[in-house]
Design a protein. Structure first.
Length: 312
C-alpha cells in the first residue's frame, strides 16, 4: 500500500489549467447578478483538518454562496434547536430538482435540508427573536464556519427574495401543512439573505474543513457546532447534496459535497480536508461542470473517495 499523497503539495494551478479547457454548461439566469457571472472564472482551494491552506489562482474571487449554504443552515438549525430540527425536516433523497414543489408525503415536512423546501425550514429554525436577529445569527454562524466576517450582497438578497416565486410557493405550502411556523415571507427573506452571502473558494474550503473536523474550525480553533451535528450534516450531504445527481456524484467523486447555482461546490472529506471550487457554468442539475470534473480528479489523485478500499 502506497502512502497517501500530500494535499498541500498538490498542484491546484495545474488542476485549474486542466479544467479550464472544459467548456460545457451554462451560467444560471435566475437573477441578473448570476446571469452576469464570468464563465471563465475558476478558483480552487483545500484546507486540511490541521488548518493548512492550498489554493489556486482565482481562489479569492467572491460569489454568492447560493445553495452551498444549505449544509451550514442545517448545522445552525440543529445546533440552535438541540437536535429538534431532525424532527422537523426529513433526510431522504428526493431524486428531484432542488426547487421541486414537493413535501414528504404523510408528514408535510420538507424532504431533506439540501433542497429548497428544507433550507427554507432550517433557516426559519435558527435562533432569532425577529427576522433581522435571525439573519444576524445566520451571518455570524456562517462567518464562524469560514473563520472571517462574511458579508451579504444586498442586491442579490433582494432579487432572490423578489424573484424566488417557487420559494414563496414552497413556504406557503409548508405553512398550509403546519410545518413552517414563521411567516412565509420571513422564511423566504432569511433563506434569500443566506444564499446571498459572499464567499470565495478559500472561505468555502475552510467551511468544509470545519465540518470535516467535527465542527471545529481548524484555522481559528473555534468549535462552531458539535461533532454530532457535523456528522449529521455530512451524512445528509452525502446522500442529498447534489439533488438528483447525488448518486452519480457519490459513485464518481465519493466525497460528501454541496453544489450551488453560482457554480460553487463545497466538499467535506471527514478527518481529511475541506475543499471548494468556484466555476459558474452549470449542468442540468445545477452543479458546476468544471467543479464536478475537478472534484473527480482531486478525489482520485488524493485518494479521497469514501468507499475506496485500496490507495492505488
Ligand atoms: N438562489 C437559489 C434558490 O433558491 C439557490 C438555488 C441553488 O443554488 N440550487 O432558489
Amino acid at each position: 500500500m502506497t502512502s497517501r499523497p500530500d494535499p498541500l503539495a498538490y498542484d491546484l494551478d495545474d488542476l485549474r489549467d486542466r479544467i479550464l479547457v472544459e467548456d460545457g454548461g451554462a451560467v444560471d439566469e435566475s437573477i441578473p447578478q448570476l446571469a452576469e457571472a464570468d464563465p471563465e472564472l475558476v478558483g480552487l482551494a483545500l484546507v486540511t483538518v490541521d488548518g493548512a491552506l492550498n489554493a489556486s489562482a482565482g481562489a479569492d474571487a467572491r460569489v454568492s454562496i447560493q445553495s452551498a449554504v444549505k449544509p451550514f443552515l442545517f448545522a445552525l438549525a440543529l445546533q440552535d434547536t438541540g437536535g429538534e430540527a431532525l424532527d422537523r425536516v426529513g433526510i431522504e433523497p428526493t431524486g428531484e430538482a432542488f426547487d421541486a414543489i414537493k413535501l414528504e408525503s404523510g408528514t408535510g415536512r420538507p424532504p431533506n435540508p439540501m433542497v429548497n423546501a428544507g433550507a427554507l425550514l432550517t433557516a426559519s429554525l435558527v435562533d432569532g427573536a425577529d427576522a433581522s436577529a435571525r439573519s444576524e445569527r445566520i451571518l455570524s454562524g456562517l462567518s464562524a464556519f469560514a473563520g472571517r466576517q462574511l458579508e451579504v450582497d444586498e442586491e442579490v438578497a433582494e432579487n432572490e427574495h423578489l424573484l424566488g416565486d417557487r420559494n414563496h410557493a414552497l413556504a406557503h405550502l409548508m405553512r398550509s401543512e403546519g410545518t413552517l411556523t414563521l411567516s412565509a415571507d420571513d422564511a423566504v427573506a432569511a433563506y434569500a439573505r443566506a444564499c446571498a452571502t459572499l464567499v470565495d473558494a478559500r472561505d468555502l474550503a475552510v467551511m468544509g474543513a470545519t465540518l470535516a473536523s467535527g465542527g471545529r474550525n481548524p484555522v481559528t480553533g473555534v468549535q462552531v457546532v458539535s461533532a454530532a451535528v457535523a456528522r449529521d450534516v455530512i451524512s445528509v450531504m452525502a446522500t442529498c447534496g447534489v439533488y438528483d445527481g447525488s448518486g452519480r456524484w457519490m459513485r464518481q467523486v465519493g466525497i460528501p459535497a454541496k453544489s450551488g447555482v453560482s457554480g460553487v461546490i463545497v466538499l467535506s472529506a471527514p478527518a481529511r480536508l475541506g475543499a471548494a471550487i468556484v466555476s459558474p457554468p452549470l449542468d442540468e442539475q445545477g452543479t458546476s461542470v468544471r467543479g464536478h470534473i475537478a472534484s473527480e480528479i482531486l478525489s482520485a489523485d488524493l485518494g479521497l473517495h469514501s468507499f475506496q478500499t485500496r490507495s492505488d
